[in-house]
Write a new protein. Structure first.
Length: 194
């Protein structure tokens, strides 16, 4: 079941509140998750991210293994009228990027309607892979992935990068958030990470 509401604002606020609570509980409780709202062809759209003025800003991550990294998160959403005097929230794009300075190291991206023929869900990594006498520049390859959630990105930064979460019970907090997301906001089934 997608997020629905009587107004576009209600849909957008429900999702923002869910994600803001997750980030505040586990990663950074000083930054504010906000929307940059626009209306395009009568459809209320919003870009969700950590905003300072009109600029998307990162969360600084102090990793145990790789020093300081910056995490940018952004989702482009639309609240679409469903013909029943209510609205339904749709994700049109997302980008989660880990940076060292200005250089993106890993980018998870989704475009509902890609401008070119790349996979809608993909990852790009600032690395080169050598195999069979051939070199692959992974930064320019749009390697297909599945749907990537905020919770999966946070699990990655805690487990693989060694970022210290704000709570000791971070695993159960992530599972609670994932369960809520899948059961309340999507038609997909929740499968715990156990």
């Amino acid at each position: 079941m997608p997020i629905t509401g009587r107004t576009a604002k209600a849909c957008l606020d429900a999702f923002r509140d869910h994600v803001a609570g997750l980030f505040a509980d586990l990663l950074n409780n000083r930054m504010r998750l906000a929307f940059e709202r626009t209306t395009v062809a009568g459809v209320e759209r919003a870009t969700l991210g950590f905003l300072q003025g009109d600029d998307l800003v990162p969360i600084r991550l102090d990793t145990a293994k790789h020093g300081a990294l910056d995490l940018y998160v952004s989702q482009e959403l639309a609240a679409v009228e469903d013909g029943k005097k209510s609205f339904r929230l749709e994700t049109w794009a997302y980008a989660y990027r880990l940076h060292v300075g200005d250089e993106p190291v890993i980018r998870w991206e989704y475009e509902r309607r890609p401008k070119n023929r790349y996979p809608r869900h993909h990852v790009q990594i600032h690395a080169t892979a050598e195999a069979g006498g051939t070199s692959f520049d992974l930064k320019h390859l749009h390697t297909p992935t599945g749907w990537v959630t905020f919770e999966e990105v946070l699990r990655f930064v805690f487990e693989d990068l060694g970022v210290t979460p704000l709570r000791d019970d971070w695993e159960s907090r992530l599972e609670t958030s994932e369960r809520q997301f899948y059961e309340a906001f999507t038609s997909k089934r929740f499968h715990p990470q156990k």
